[in-house]
Write a protein that binds this ligand. Structure first.
Ligand SMILES: [Fe+2]
Ligand SMILES: [Fe+2]
Length: 226
């Protein structure tokens, strides 16, 4: 098992030891878009004792044999197929499914907190548009370039995708805020509860998805040329 230090980068730890992402969730640390920061700097910002976090990361890794998917050595085309099958395709069903639930809950219970639901609709609707457009660009432009071994010429597109990931991360943080970190009020109906939990899953899955792209696929792809 790798030993990490306060200087280790959050994204590198998530790549080396995927079980560490459980610690990052627990401590509220962004390991996908904020992956380039050191543990010490994120701890300083959040008022966390870096020793506690390092211990928690160590505990998570204890007795676990990481894998079998070691993305550091998988082919780039295998990583891309995995991204499309495990993240892009499910999002194309999940995003409209949650929108349908949001519409329903707003219609029936929106009067309980109209402003919150209106803001949620605004943020969520633009998230659907942004993500649909973003995935299309990855699948039609960036991924084909990488598959052709032309990743070294894709730095501008990669930079754009990373910026869009930051925007998606911001929208998800806003959704988390608007849902009180996905805690439904006591009087919420089952659909409302299922909606909050679906939005929570969406955020977690997006973190894994963006981590795979930002910290594993893109850095390796940028080094490849024909
Ligand atoms: Fe993607
Ligand atoms: Fe992406």
């Amino acid at each position: 098992m790798t030993t990490f230090s306060p200087e280790s980068k959050v994204g590198d730890i998530a790549v080396e030891q995927p079980s560490a992402t459980r610690s990052f969730y627990r401590f509220g640390i962004d390991f996908c878009c904020g992956g380039g920061k050191s543990l010490q700097s994120v701890c300083d910002k959040k008022g966390i004792d870096v020793k506690d976090l390092l211990q928690d990361i160590k505990n998570q890794g204890e007795g676990i044999v990481e894998g079998p998917n070691d993305w550091k050595t998988s082919s780039l085309s295998a990583i891309i197929s995995h991204i499309i099958i495990s993240y892009h395709e499910p999002l194309r069903t999940e995003l409209p499914r949650l929108k349908g639930m949001l519409d329903k809950v707003q219609k029936v219970h929106g009067h309980a907190d109209p402003e919150r639901f209106e803001q949620l609709q605004t943020v969520y609707t633009s998230l659907i548009d942004e993500l649909s457009d973003h995935m299309m660009k990855e699948e039609r432009i960036l991924f084909p370039m990488i598959m052709q071994g032309n990743g070294a010429n894709a730095s501008a597109t990669v930079a754009l995708m990373e910026m869009e990931h930051d925007d998606v991360g911001e929208a998800l943080r806003e959704i988390s805020r608007l849902t009180d970190a996905y805690v439904a009020p006591d009087y919420a109906c089952n659909t409302w509860r299922a909606l909050w939990s679906g939005l929570e899953d969406l955020e977690k899955t997006m973190h894994q998805h963006v981590h795979l792209e930002n910290n594993i696929l893109f850095p390796r792809a940028l080094l490849t040329s024909n």
